[in-house]
Design a protein around this ligand. Sequence first.
Ligand code: GRF
Length: 265
Amino acid sequence: MKSAPVGALALSVKCNNYHWPIRMVKGLEPLQLAVLVSGRGSNLKAILDAVTGGALDVSVVGVFSDRQEPPAFQWARQQGIPVNSIIPEQNESRVDYDLRLAREIRTVCPEIVALAGFMRVLTPAFLDLFSGRVVNIHPALLPAFRGLDAQARAVAAGVRFSGCTVHFVDSGTDTGPIILQSVVPVDQHDDEDTLATRILAKEHKTYPAALQLLAEGRLQIREQRVLIDWSGRRPRLPRDSVLEWQEIKDSNQDIQNRGGSHSEQ
Ligand code: GRF
């Protein structure tokens, strides 16, 4: 059975109650994106810079946080993007908080919700409302080093390579289907901070690239795997992603040559 691509042309222009816009083909409109942040917001800034620079067909329609005034809000404010702090209340259950957060997010009608340093694990109550539409960036090559302190644990484990992963979010911690990864070599003199800095530079290219694939309607989730449709014109990815693009495209071609073309499934 052919499943609908995630991203591209909003079928329902109006988003109210629980009527959710679904993209089926490459959209004429930019992908409507909500971003959830808790802190510094360098990934939010990278996304906004990519939009401003014309490398990302996205419109950031709202930035949400579980903190009162995270540094990340400044990047949104500079561009007149609405920000909204949803502060957890004392004794509020995780589900109640998530439902409150979801209600606020729905007021801006995003097609995709991007976590960018959002320091809460979302419950299935939230994810069910945004099924297959929540993405995250993690500072390691998943499935290695899930959870917190990924860079420190990579250094401690002595791995030669780490990197970052953009993935769909499921109810586990950093367990959802992988969209894109970028590799960063680990130097033997690296500590947590030096490695984190180099990984972060890759994150700032990889997240916009993954979002652009979503905006172009090129992604399908098949069980745990994300299939990328490379047909038609070459995707407009940031320059640093070209290598990854080529490698993925080549392996995709291999699969097709072996008779496993995903477009036929
Ligand atoms: C990044 O390292 C990201 O991978 C992780 O949280 C950090 C957020 O950094 N999920 P920033 O707030 O985007 O600067």
